[in-house]
Design a protein around this ligand. Sequence first.
Ligand SMILES: [Zn+2]
Ligand SMILES: [Zn+2]
Length: 159
Amino acid sequence: MVEIEELTPFRFYKLKPFYKQRCTTEFVTGRKCNGLLRLFRNKGMINLKCMHVDCLKEYDIYRDCSICNERYFFDKLTCDKCEPLVVNIAHYYITIEDADKSIKKINKHYKSGDMLQSDWEAAISLNKQEKISCENKLKELKERNPVIEQFLANLIIQP
Ligand SMILES: [Zn+2]
Ligand SMILES: [Zn+2]
């Protein structure tokens, strides 16, 4: 299982809020309100509210995903379409890292004579298989998604 905080470095998308600046309401006279919009909290939701005393119209603020363009309300912080991929990527990276650590540990045990050769070979092979399987899945994912490939290439953590 991947912990929530471990996902952050792998989040390759951003949910970008778009802030409307001016009110676009039209009064009955046909005049546009054009009032200044301010951030406003209403029932736990963040909205924009027109400051013009005759208007006070509220606007929802949305966030658009930088990768798939899916639109969400302001309070939403993760993209339902992209987040499952983030979870997979984090899982692959962490599994590869864990396998490397295990291999080091197993080698140390074996060298100090605490381990039978057959056990050592089996344990090393198991960890290597797991590592290779994750490396292949990562490779596939990058080939299918050039944007993700570019994002991961710029990550400091490398498997
Ligand atoms: Zn207005
Ligand atoms: Zn998305």
